[in-house]
Design a binder for this molecule. Structure first.
Ligand SMILES: Nc1nc2c(c(=O)[nH]1)N[C@H]1C(S)=C(S)[C@@H](COP(=O)(O)O)O[C@H]1N2
Ligand SMILES: [Mo]
Length: 197
């Protein structure tokens, strides 16, 4: 990957303040996938939230977009020490999806096409903190970066941003997902360097 040294847009001090401890800026966008890339056509794609009663809330591709897309500019931080600042994304806020869901559970497991999982407290997904992203850098998400849609939770390390998202299951306890079972931190705040445990 290219490490940014000079000429990156933004004042150096501003960049430094936005870079969590132990992170290095990159100018390209590395691909990190634990397995093969699923290819899911949007006509076959759906997103499901399953709550503790077994009730399933489901959105087709068109239904997802009909909830309303928004543009966000955020920084992303990978636990393998690279960060990208000021990335532009387009997606649907998780607030819109969970508006319909009544749950007393405090946690969710995110599930992806292909089998990847990652766990999150519900409070890290709500109040404008997370999106189902469908575009990045002004173009539809490529399959390698999680298209047609991925979870985007920019305030946590990027392994929490599940590519090829297919849904969420609510959970009463914070059960570990794929990387969390393999030594990554249960929460993953880059400002606290919650990398491994
Ligand atoms: N489904 C799925 N989502 C995933 C991964 C994965 O292997 N499978 N890798 C995670 C990790 S470790 C990172 S750093 C980011 C990488 O996203 P990118 O390849 O778009 O940079 O996706 C995260 N989401
Ligand atoms: Mo990662």
């Amino acid at each position: 990957m290219d490490i940014v040294t000079r000429g990156f847009s933004g004042r150096r001090r501003d960049r430094d303040e936005r870079l969590p401890p132990g992170q290095t800026l990159v100018s390209d966008w590395p691909v990190l996938s634990a397995g093969p890339t699923p290819h899911v056509p949007t006509e076959e794609w759906s997103l499901t939230i399953r709550d503790e009663t077994g009730t399933e809330h489901r959105w087709s591709w068109d239904e997802l977009l009909a909830l309303g897309v928004e543009d966000v500019t955020v920084d992303i931080h990978c636990v393998t020490h690279w960060s990208r600042l000021g990335m532009s994304w387009r997606g649907v806020s998780l607030d819109r999806l969970f508006a319909d869901v009544e749950t007393t559970d405090d946690y969710v497991m995110a599930h992806s096409y292909g089998g990847y999982t990652t766990n999150l407290p519900l409070e890290d997904l709500l109040d404008g903190k997370a999106w189902i992203a469908v575009e990045a850098d002004g173009a539809p998400l490529t399959a390698e970066h999680g298209g047609p849609a991925r979870l985007l939770v920019p305030h946590l390390y990027f392994w929490k941003s599940a590519k090829w998202i297919r849904g969420f299951t609510t959970m009463p306890t914070n059960d570990p997902g794929f990387w969390e079972q393999n030594g990554y931190h249960i929460h993953g705040d880059p400002w606290l360097e919650e990398r491994y445990w």
